[in-house]
Design a protein around this ligand. Structure first.
Ligand code: BDR
Ligand code: CA
Length: 311
């Protein structure tokens, strides 16, 4: 299996992504889950990460707490989407599995140094603070990363937290800039993709019909998560953003996009955190990321339901 570190701010959609990874041990070995402040503060994201690992029957997974604020900005959170706990919806038990000693950034650095070069993939599902801090602190690890597959950014779909920016990039644009400039091969799942991975009644009931605790939780998280998109955008369901990252590792053929240059705006107040993708190749800036723009949504939900069904 491929070694991955999931860097995350759960978040209902993060939670589904973690479940998808833990349900796929033949393809993915989760070396650790590193929590970052994002949708809700760090104390909640690390706790939520543990709740999700326990739900997957995997209290052995190493969960670390990381950065509690962006590199040089105040934290912006998204309780308006995810609720007060970050995992609103079903009533969840308190986690009993331990939080690992040590900082997530140190875990990322030590793991990349310990594993053979080119064998660890990073899967950021939240603001890029932990990853960029690790790269700044230990530049030697950068070339050891196999690939970064992240959820963040937007191009044609523009923003969800401001008119110009997607949440994960907006929260820590300086961190995003460091990651996009790192030279590591990057695959981006922007809103252009995730807004096509929408839940609907049939898809949510398929999770509930699994008849398992995990299936019920996914359905109830989605029920909660959907209300925001229904009220705000009048859409039928909610985008399952973060699971697209894990689905890509399992079935890359579900997604398509282009290898282009992507730069992150950090200067302008108006467009802070915008991901400027040179989709039409109108500059001579070198391509640094594969920016996805389409997904086979039926295939994506079929995979998700099948794998959650294993838990
Ligand atoms: C991203 O922001 C968070 O609210 C979600 O978990 C996802 O990672 C979508 O913009
Ligand atoms: Ca997230």
């Amino acid at each position: 299996p491929r070694n991955i570190i999931i860097d995350t701010d759960p978040g209902q959609d993060d939670a589904v992504a973690i479940l998808l990874a833990l349900a796929s041990p033949e393809e993915l070995e989760v070396l650790g889950v590193t929590a970052v402040a994002g949708n809700v503060p760090l104390a909640l994201t690390e706790k939520n990460a543990r709740i999700v690992c326990e739900l997957a029957g995997r209290p052995d997974v190493k969960v670390f707490a990381g950065c509690d604020a962006p590199m040089n900005r105040k934290l912006v959170t998204a309780e308006h989407v995810h609720g007060k706990t970050g995992l609103d919806g079903p009533v969840m038990p308190e986690p009993t599995m331990p939080l690992q000693q040590g900082h997530a950034v140190d875990f990322i650095i030590e793991t990349l140094r310990a594993e053979p070069a080119g064998t660890v993939t990073l899967c950021p599902l939240g603001p890029l603070t932990n990853i960029a801090t690790a790269f700044e602190r230990a530049p030697d690890i950068v070339e050891r990363v196999q690939e970064i597959v992240l959820m963040g950014g937007a191009y044609f779909e523009v923003g969800n937290i401001t008119p110009a920016a997607e949440f994960n990039i907006y929260v820590d644009p300086e961190a995003a800039k460091i990651v996009f400039a790192s030279g590591v091969p990057i695959v981006v799942m922007p809103l252009d993709v995730t807004h096509k991975a929408l839940t609907n009644r049939v898809r949510v009931e398929a999770f509930r019909d699994l008849g398992s605790e995990a299936g019920r939780m996914v359905a109830e998280w989605t029920d909660f998560f959907e209300r925001f998109d229904k009220e705000k955008y009048g859409s039928e369901g909610a985008p399952l953003h973060d699971p697209c990252v894990i689905a890509y590792l399992l079935k890359p053929e579900l997604f398509s996009g282009r290898h282009v240059n992507v730069e992150v705006e950090t200067g302008s107040e108006l467009t802070l955190g915008m991901t400027v993708a040179d989709w039409w190749g109108v500059t001579d800036r070198a391509p640094n990321a594969t920016f996805m723009d389409d997904v086979d949504a039926d295939g994506f939900f079929a995979l998700l339901t099948q794998r959650i069904g294993r838990l």
